[in-house]
Design a protein. Sequence first.
Length: 239
Amino acid sequence: MDLMGEYTLLSLFGIMIQSIFIENFLLANFLGMCTYLACSNRLSTANGLGVAVVFVTAMSGMLNWGVHKFVTTPGALSWLSVFGIDASNIDLNFLEFLIFISVIAGFVQVLEIIIEKFSPSLYNALGAYLPLITVNCAILGTSLFAVTRGYPFLPNLFYVIGSGLGWWLAIALIAAIREKLAYSNIFPELQGIAITFIMTGLMSMAFMGFTGVNLKDPVKESARIPKKSINERILSLKK
């Protein structure tokens, strides 16, 4: 199994930068807004939730990649022929959403147990929003976007980790801003969610500056100019 495909190590970091800044799930796609608005009052709470989202996004993204490649894709079960089972014509693509959400829910339950055990204060601060990570559309969207693009394993891993980091970056930024706004004299009509939406819009406009930058595609060998042809062009210019 080819883990890299046509991607280089530089391309992998390009995919991560693309998913963090250029295609930020919150500020470019506006996915995962409910927990973003509800848990961004304090920076410490936002960071705790951000770490949780990165963990669930990365782990579920890797496992869902395997589910898509070896279970739900049409013909993916052909590997069962090793055991004498002919399943090459089975198509379980209709179960993909259900399996993806179940995988995410499983990792959220594990994470909830860990946080409750080692950080009760964070567990109480997140409240009902911790189990609601299960239906966070940013996490499900990350897995779906990754398999739709057909990434090999390592590019998929960098993409899902970058997407989680991008979500964490967005909620940490708005939480830091909201902590400062608590000491500001804001019009009563704009206090609370209203000013948060305005600040989110301004942040999104700032991230629009990355629009058009493409770092996620592998560099094709044919696109690289051979050194010999460069020297020939220089000599032709001198003539």
